[in-house]
Design a protein around this ligand. Structure first.
Ligand SMILES: [Zn+2]
Length: 547
């Protein structure tokens, strides 16, 4: 038992519709005892008044409904992406704009390495911004010809390696015939490797070890620090191949007294049969703690739109690219859905293309006939191309959605010109339609695909501004207020945690984002500039500047 602390603030935005704004919040034992005026709160008995946030704005702790803790692990490697990006220490790494810049940055790091055989790995490369100029093994040989070197693309699906890396992977030989191993003029692989069956084994030789691919303790701690900087107090870790070992790492790290965020770790449908997946996930539920939520499944239905691997309905890709890939067979999806409904396990399904979304909707409808469930909240993740008819159906079936609003900024121009064309680009990530059709909605970063930052994501949904500055799909914009609700209560609802988090009201966990600026005074274009001081999570205070 601890005493009651009452915090004052310039403004407290509660997301509680009964009293949307208050001036004080009382915290006891990590929970909210009351939110209101100081006079009201004082009636609960003895308290300490803490005025450290008197000039700050407090809102419910931000909730990231689709991210990967791998974002924390990646910062042990070298960032070579196009956009400026902040690391867990708060340092901004400037974006690299040319292949020479990539080589320069990798060379600077290479010079600091003592062990000549230690691999050097970079991440975040996105040639789509560099006029699609491809990095070759010869470029990376300029960094070092003797040390294995790799660079993972922003999409996570393509890996560039140097000649040494190819040699160690056993790929430096002529006569190879695989679409994932493009060849140079000399008939040898040019160093760009595609598709998991090629990149995973090759990646081991250039530093993509277990710590890189899954969660390790340091990566999880770094991820926690990134969360504090972004005002995030609860984050999904959407799609780990969970096993007892990995759950043990999660338990140890999140159990540390100073771990600043609650992680919601979903078990992905890879490497387990539907029966194993559902049984294992159901058995994990009881191991949930204050800062680790277990017992949810992530299913992947298709690929990505910008990678042309998403499944699209007619007429398909705008540039004529062939339709994408199914990552799961329909009967397997049906098997998982039915078992999960029977076991009371929630499933979130990655669909990007509208054909994949249609499959998930129809599969769930069939499964619900066998196992009716009046509050399953099965959620579609990304669901970027859904039509109004699909949202209407999702609303009727009790589904939720988590839309990929950051795409408007990061790939919006490419979707307009190349992948899906003008008409469908304007309906992508249709937040307005989702809300109008009564589908509970949140929005996400999919970090590390784009940087963690729910206020940026909220701004992306409210402004729908692309990297070139156009507003794409003005009729799908939502208000700043709706966007802020989406990254707090909206996310809590999709993860069935709205009874615990998402608003500042009596009985809920004391999770706050502490801000220098008032987001309710921002417009869609200035919302992303709102500065984060830090967080309060379960009543514990974390300042971004010192985390
Ligand atoms: Zn993801």
């Amino acid at each position: 038992m601890s005493g009651t602390t009452i915090y004052s603030a310039r403004k407290i935005i509660t997301m509680n519709p009964n009293r949307p704004m208050v001036t004080h919040v009382a915290v006891k034992d990590g929970r909210i005892l009351a939110a209101g005026s100081l006079d009201e709160l004082a009636t609960w008995g003895a308290f300490t008044l803490d005025e450290r946030f008197a000039d700050k704005v407090i809102m419910p702790g931000l909730i990231e409904g689709h991210a990967h803790s791998m974002e924390g692990a990646l910062w042990s490697f070298t960032y070579v992406g196009w956009f400026d990006r902040m690391d867990p220490d708060g340092k901004i790494w400037s974006g690299v704009k040319t292949v020479d810049d990539v080589v320069d940055r990798m060379s600077q790091i290479e010079k600091t390495m003592n062990d000549p055989n230690e691999p050097l790995l970079g991440w975040g490369l996105d040639p789509i911004y560099m006029d699609n100029v491809r990095v070759t093994r010869h470029d990376l040989d300029r960094v070092s010809a003797t040390r294995p070197i790799g660079i993972l693309h922003a999409s996570g699906h393509i890996l560039n390696v140097n000649t040494k890396g190819l040699e160690l992977a056993g790929l430096l030989k002529p006569g190879q015939n695989h679409p994932g191993i493009p060849l140079g003029d000399d008939g040898l692989p040019n160093g760009e490797l595609k598709s998991p069956e090629i990149t995973m084994p090759a990646g081991k030789h250039v530093g993509m070890d277990r710590a890189f691919l899954a969660a390790d303790a340091e990566g999880l701690r770094n991820y926690g620090r990134l969360c504090v900087r972004a005002g995030v107090t609860t984050s999904s870790d959407l799609g780990q191949q969970l096993n007892d070992d990995l759950v043990g790492v999660f338990e140890t790290v999140t159990g540390q007294a100073d771990y600043p965020v609650c992680l919601v770790a979903f078990c992905i449908n890879l490497g387990k049969s539907p029966a194993e997946l559902v049984d294992y996930t159901a058995s994990m539920k009881d191991r949930s703690t204050q800062r680790l939520e277990l017992g949810k499944i992530k299913v992947i239905a298709d690929g990505s739109i910008q990678g042309f691997s998403a499944r699209l309905q007619w007429p398909g890709y705008y540039n004529g690219a062939p339709n994408g890939l199914w990552y799961i067979a329909p009967d397997q999806m049906a098997d998982i859905y039915q078992r999960a409904l029977a076991a009371g396990v929630q499933v979130h399904t990655h669909t990007n293309g509208d054909e994949a979304t249609q499959l998930a909707i129809e599969t769930l409808e069939g499964a619900l006939r066998k196992h009716p469930d009046f509050d399953h909240r099965f959620t579609l993740q990304h669901c970027q191309l859904a039509t109004e008819a699909q949202f209407r159906k999702m609303g009727r079936l009790g589904m939720c959605v988590n839309l990929f609003a950051n795409h408007h900024f990061y790939w919006g121009d490419e979707h307009f010109a190349l992948t899906v064309g003008p008409e469908r680009a304007e309906r992508m990530n249709a937040c307005r339609t989702a809300l109008d059709q009564g589908v509970p909605m949140t929005i996400h970063s999919d970090a590390p695909v784009t940087p963690l930052g729910p206020l940026f994501t909220a701004a992306a949904a409210a402004s729908r501004r692309t990297a070139s500055g156009r507003v794409q799909g003005e009729h799908q914009r939502i208000s700043v207020k709706e966007a802020l609700y989406a990254v707090t209560m909206g996310a809590a609802i999709t993860m069935k945690m709205d009874d615990q988090i998402g608003s500042i009201e009596i009985g809920k966990r004391a999770d706050f984002a502490v801000l220098y600026d008032d987001p309710t005074e921002a417009d869609p274009d200035t919302l992303k500039e709102v500065r984060v001081w830090g967080t309060v999570q379960g009543g514990r205070i974390f300042e971004a500047a010192t985390i």
